[in-house]
Ligand binder design. Sequence first.
Ligand code: HEC
Length: 161
Amino acid sequence: MFSLKLKRNLFSFFFILICFEPINHGNATDIGEQIFQDYCASCHTIGKGILVGPDLAGVTSRREESWLFRQIKEPNLLIEEKDPIAIQLLQEFDDMPMVELGLEDAEVKAVISYLKSIEQQVSVSTGIPSEYFPTIIISIIILIGVTLIGLRAGKKKVDVR
Ligand code: HEC
């Protein structure tokens, strides 16, 4: 049903998609991911917008790690101490503080390393910011198309007499 050329193009397309699929560097952060799903996902997304609390995409670069630790471990204490960032967040989120979840230190660290791993996945695995991916993929597809056309045109000239 499909011509050979179309099949080949489809194959190249999916091959490129697979190549760009982010690689999952698991293990150490797997526990953190589990904790995130169990304790945080009801109020936070990572990169999918504000839910009950702020979107946590990029949070490990916009905040100090020691601050993150305290925010996750004892958010109420940060507010009591009138920590400027905590107070500002409280105002942004209509005076609704984050609940204290009673996590162990190790669990808090695991979640933080999970949050970090998500930020690194995109930039470290390729060194290219994720917003360039569509452009790169489209360029590659165009290149492949041009190459195929070139090969066909080339073939016509070399016709054996
Ligand atoms: C019941 C809802 C709720 C749950 C569950 C929750 N949070 Fe929050 N979180 C909030 C709200 C609301 C804020 C913003 C207001 C504030 O900080 O007082 C917030 C703020 C934060 C911030 C600061 C964000 C920033 O932009 O600086 C971090 C980090 C955070 N939460 C991490 C977590 C993690 C990790 C978990 C799971 C272990 C978690 N939260 C569970 C509601 C929640």
